[in-house]
Design a protein around this ligand. Structure first.
Ligand code: FAD
Ligand code: DLZ
Ligand code: SF4
Length: 508
């Protein structure tokens, strides 16, 4: 008799080509997929995120069974459920008298670190394999970073373009430029035609999961209804093809736009599928490249999408593994304020923040500029403690896993890593939001008013942020011009900004 292994598949490893399944043998080995309390509550994940993942896990288990695998599937309400992944691994090992465990490395350091002790607890061999679903391995990123003084996404991205051969003409980028971001900053208007993502009717399995989540995780943030996410690879593929057909062409132009009532604009809304393993990033990028080659979409859209996936997505993962476990505790600007309550309730007169929070509550989704320039920007300007901001982002979005969320929050959005990931803080006054959206048209605050009374809170908070953090930020070459503007203001004006900011912060 050969050895019989248990193959643990985590909730975000729902890919048929995951390395653990590649190594295993469906004749002898058993797969374990388990809904467990520890993973569902290490932060209070949005209800819709849990329902999406549990339903996708159940559908994936069924697909594996149909392709000849023996699968132990443990539901969250199984009376025998021990509540933890290790507990469920132990139960399966004993029940089937198995000889060892095979797993693909978890995406989060927390669980990866925990797993390093499993061999001791189980007293059986544990093989933890690399996750090959990324273009750049952890080791390759560490090598790339090793001899560089500064880690910048742009240079990493060029290497990934060369490596993947995407949008390349030999050694030259198609269109003779690597990056068309400068063309991707159009504002949208309310008569622009956007096509919403495909919505899937929940099947009986999904309805069952929704009912369970509704009672068991009743105190978690977020709405379950409407539930329209894809829960299988096939459906997620349909969702992506719909994006290719309807929205990719305008993806580039409106990448940075925001519009009241338009939750998705031309975004793909596929990050929850990609991060759970239902979609394969390279397959998506090849499809996007084909759309460009066929002349169906412009280069700024195709390049913009590919840059997000093989550039930003891979880059933030590289930074995460390079800098964990210390990265999560970074607080370069020494920010210590509590996260305002309206991040949960949406009860604020700031129209831009209210829309971002309320749509997050309903959809477990907000697009990048809402995350970065509205909720992220406000937390940065107000000096909210980065750890609290991070825990909020990790909990509220269906696509949130620490490997991708943490660098985006700690690095890109809160500048809490002191500029490791971003060359300057993404701090902006109301003027930016007004330029890129129509929120201000119906806001109780006046975006043109600089301070006092009903002035847009982003205006005084912006100058207060720069003044408060002057010792850290004045030396940043990219902020030289804004500090020049601050220096040229007379004392009375500076004091008015700071007083106005103080009263806003006090009211938080
Ligand atoms: P699109 O705009 O259609 O982009 C296509 C794809 O590119 C996305 O699906 C995503 O896979 C990738 N992508 C785009 N931008 C980034 C980025 N900055 N980092 C990594 N991948 C990117 N993304 C997550 O997947 N999970 C998170 O937990 C997460 N947390 C974030 C927190 C903050 C504070 C910020 C500023 C950004 C965060 N992002 C996160 C990045 C980005 O906002 C989302 O990937 C994007 O909004 C997902 O929507 P979409 O699929 O419609 O993306
Ligand atoms: C996010 C999540 C949730 C909500 N629930 C489970 C679960 O019950 N079982 C499981 O295997 N995985 C779950 N996950 C995903 C894990 O948290 C994820 O695999 C780790 O954070 C590593 O990225
Ligand atoms: Fe947001 Fe200020 Fe515009 Fe209101 S006025 S929507 S608070 S940027």
């Amino acid at each position: 008799m050969g050895r019989k292994n248990l193959v643990l598949i985590l909730g975000d490893q729902l890919s048929k080509n995951i390395s653990s399944l590649q190594l295993a043998d469906r004749k002898f080995d058993r797969v374990l997929i388990a809904e467990v309390q520890t993973e569902a509550t290490y932060v209070k994940h949005h209800k819709k995120k849990i329902a999406f993942l549990f339903s996708a896990m159940r559908h994936f288990a069924e697909e594996l069974r149909n392709s000849g695998w023996s699968v132990d599937y443990v539901k969250i309400d199984d009376p025998e459920n021990s509540g933890s992944l290790l507990g469920e691994v132990k139960r399966s090992m004993v029940r089937w008298d198995l000889d060892g465990l095979i797993a693909t490395e978890p995406g989060e350091w927390r669980l990866f670190h925990e797993m390093t002790n499993w061999q001791t607890y189980l007293d059986l061999p544990v093989q933890v394999l690399r996750d090959s679903r990324f273009l750049c391995s952890r080791e390759e990123f560490a090598d790339w970073a090793d001899w560089r003084k500064q880690l910048r996404m742009e240079y990493f991205y060029r290497d990934m373009r060369r490596k993947a051969g995407l949008l390349m003409d030999g050694e030259t980028p198609v269109g003779d430029r690597w990056n068309f971001d400068a063309e991707n900053r159009k504002a949208a208007s309310s008569d622009t035609d956007f096509s919403p993502p495909v919505k899937f009717e929940p099947d009986a399995e999904t309805r069952d999961v929704i009912a369970t989540v509704d009672t068991r995780f009743a105190d978690h943030f977020g709405e379950l209804d409407p539930f329209w996410f894809a829960v299988t690879a096939e459906q997620a593929g349909m969702a992506f093809d719909h994006f290719l057909d309807k929205s990719l062409a305008s993806f580039g132009d409106y990448q940075d736009a925001m519009l009241s009532g338009e939750r998705f604009l031309s975004h793909s809304v596929i990050s929850q599928y990609l991060n759970a393993g239902l979609l394969d990033p390279m397959t998506l990028c090849r499809k996007v490249e084909r759309e460009y080659i066929a002349g169906r979409v412009p280069l700024n859209s195709a390049e913009g999408f590919i840059r997000q996936v093989i550039g930003w997505r891979e880059f933030v993962r590289g930074i995460y593994w390079l800098k964990m476990p210390d990265y999560g505790g970074m607080n370069h600007l020494d920010a210590g304020r509590d996260l305002p309550e309206f991040y949960w309730s949406g009860t604020t007169d700031m129209k831009c923040v209210r829309e971002a929070v309320l749509q997050t509550k309903e959809e477990a989704y907000a697009h990048h500029i809402q995350r970065l320039m509205v909720t992220g920007n406000f937390a940065l300007l107000a000096g909210v403690e980065p750890r609290q901001v991070h825990e909020w982002y990790l909990a509220v979005y269906a696509d949130a896993y620490e490997w991708v969320e943490l660098p985006n929050t700690i690095g890109m959005s809160q500048f809490a890593d002191g500029g490791l990931l971003a060359s300057k803080p993404y701090a902006a006054s109301g003027n930016y939001i007004s330029k890129m959206s129509n929120y201000c048209d119906t806001c109780q605050y006046d975006v043109k008013k600089k301070f006092g009374g009903n002035a847009c809170p982003f205006n005084p908070l912006y100058w207060d942020f720069l003044s408060r953090n002057e010792s850290q930020l004045r030396k940043n070459a990219r902020l030289r011009q804004v500090y020049r503007v601050w220096d040229q203001m007379d004392d009375v004006k500076q004091a008015a900004y700071l007083e106005s900011a103080a009263s806003i912060l006090k009211a938080l």
